[in-house]
Design a protein around this ligand. Sequence first.
Ligand code: GN1
Ligand code: MG
Length: 372
Amino acid sequence: MNNEETQLKAICQTFCLRGEYQGYEVINSGHINTTYRVFYQRDGVLKDYIVQQVNTYVFQDPVGVMENISAVTEFIRAKIKQVKETAKRNVLHYKQTADGKYYTLTEDGGFWRCCRYIDESVCFLKPENLKVIEESGKAFGEFQLQLADFPVEKLSIVIPHFHNTIRRYDAFRDAIAENAKNRVAELAEEIEGYLALEELATKPYRLQREGVLPLRVTHNDTKTSNVLFDAKTFEHLSVIDLDTVMPGLVAFDFGDAIRVAASTGEEDERDLSTVAVDMEKYEAFTRGFVREIGDFITEAEKASLALGAVAMTVECGVRFLTDYINGDIYFKIHYPDQNLVRAKCHLKLARDMITHLDEMQAIVDKYFNENK
Ligand code: GN1
Ligand code: MG
């Protein structure tokens, strides 16, 4: 047994997992935390758990993160149980240690947590199938609806200014001025491209500041890989990765999902000629989202959704480019210029969305009109 495995086993023990340890695998898809799937055998049945080391550089208040997650999951669980016998497959269940905490600390200062793996579930990094995309829209629309009456003020702001697009641009400008890795000279085109989109991309945030758009409980990281589906029917089961649940804009949850679900390519597609918004995928996601969220949001919120997709695509691209300029200290990378490739891809995608903006909003409106 290697050191990693010995440590993992010890962590599992603190969460009082019952049965016999069988093994583990590494899950590499997240950009922030370090994730493992751990297998146990109990009464002849294989049970699995997701064990994660939380990145405390990114999440400086990890206890606050776990308080948010436990409050939100308990709230959703109670709602589901009003209509269903069990909520097991429809909301995450984090394990507690013997002393009732949702985390454990290792000697090296690591902050770890453990949740049940949802049985017979699958997740897609990038679903191509329209039915699955629509289901992911339903999952995030339902999440909004489930939390519509959750007391927002109870949530800790675990990453201050997370989707503050104005500040993301300020950090971008600071990074350019500092030019820590001497990378700025090669980036004139991308820097200029992103600066030209600042006015439009910061609009939803400004509307929130002016009181036009309300703050709600939002997920804030709504990529399609953060939804679990039933392995047989491909119906949505649960939203996962609740680290960034905080007060935010519905337009941002919708928009960040569109950034991933409706793009023709990967987040780091090198061949920019293939990068665009796929309007069929866009419509599938929107249909699922709008039908599920129903009619509780305001007219101003409805009218902000398509623009939210532009804002989130630009913001994410600005963050990738900032991180590239700073020397790749925030997002995990798997090859040297990955953050730059991500940034170029997002610029192309955002520009394509802007040319389709009216059409995108018309599709949102069409499905809200259906709800009336
Ligand atoms: C990060 O770790 P992951 O992949 O769930 C990031 C999101 C970005 C996303 C880009 C806390 O999410 O904001 O949109 O990468 N999460 C944090 O893929 O910064
Ligand atoms: Mg995340």
